[in-house]
Design a binder for this molecule. Structure first.
Ligand code: ZN
Length: 223
């Protein structure tokens, strides 16, 4: 694309190029706020709208978004090397807006790899593990198509009520979570979709309580 166009316009191109693939953003807070906010619309709709004076264009943009960031500007939070001030850490994290974090279903803290794990080949994944993982994913996808005719990522609120109704204990857990995690309506339904995806490899009719608990463990509780 044209090098002189603003960065958020060029990003609209990158987002559409990632259609049916993966869009990986390393060092997430280093992207400009304008670029990150462009992501919000396609993450919801699977399309990117480009508006110009003469015309509006819609490009497909259904992608899986992955992102990585450090816990603080230096990356050593909790270790003696870290000299970051609380205000610096706050500013760094605030670069990623709440609404964008809300759309990230699985938020995982990755700890440094221990020395023995680096040098022990048994600690790393093998081709055999990958084959078993692939078979589980294929089976889960088939199960989703058989149950509802589409993948869990496209389950809307009405379909979730129909295919994965909550029982009494699950409702109580989610009520607690709405307050404790300050869940928005959007993230509430996202948690239900993730629980359904966690349950599917177990070949059961609907998610159990522990699947909702596990789905919530991937969200950061509100401060
Ligand atoms: Zn630091």
């Amino acid at each position: 694309m044209h090098a002189k166009w603003p960065s958020y316009i060029r990003w609209q191109g990158e987002i559409s190029l990632a259609h049916l693939g993966v869009l990986f953003l390393d060092e997430l807070p280093e992207f400009s706020r304008a670029v990150l906010e462009v992501l919000r619309q396609p993450l919801e709709s699977g399309e990117i709208l480009i508006s110009r004076v003469a015309a509006q264009l819609v490009y497909p943009a259904r992608f899986q978004q992955l992102a990585a960031m450090n816990p603080c500007p230096c990356g050593y939070l909790g270790y003696p090397q870290c000299q970051c001030k609380t205000e610096q850490i706050k500013r760094y994290r605030a670069k990623v807006s709440g609404p964008l974090m809300d759309r990230i279903d699985l938020q995982v803290q990755v700890l440094p790899i221990a020395r023995h794990a680096l040098t022990d080949p048994h600690q790393t994944g093998t081709q055999g593990d990958m084959a078993a993982l692939r078979a589980t994913i294929v089976k889960s996808r088939r199960r989703q198509f058989a149950r509802q005719g589409f993948l869990n990522s496209q389950l809307d609120s009405r379909a979730l009520l129909k295919y994965c109704p909550l029982d009494k204990a699950q409702k109580a857990l989610m009520h607690h979570a709405i307050d404790h995690y300050n869940l928005s309506t959007r993230s509430y339904y996202r948690v239900l979709r993730v629980a359904s995806s966690i349950a599917d490899p177990e070949d059961i009719a609907k998610p159990k309580l522990q699947h909702y608990q596990e789905a919530l463990s991937f969200r950061q509780p509100s401060a």
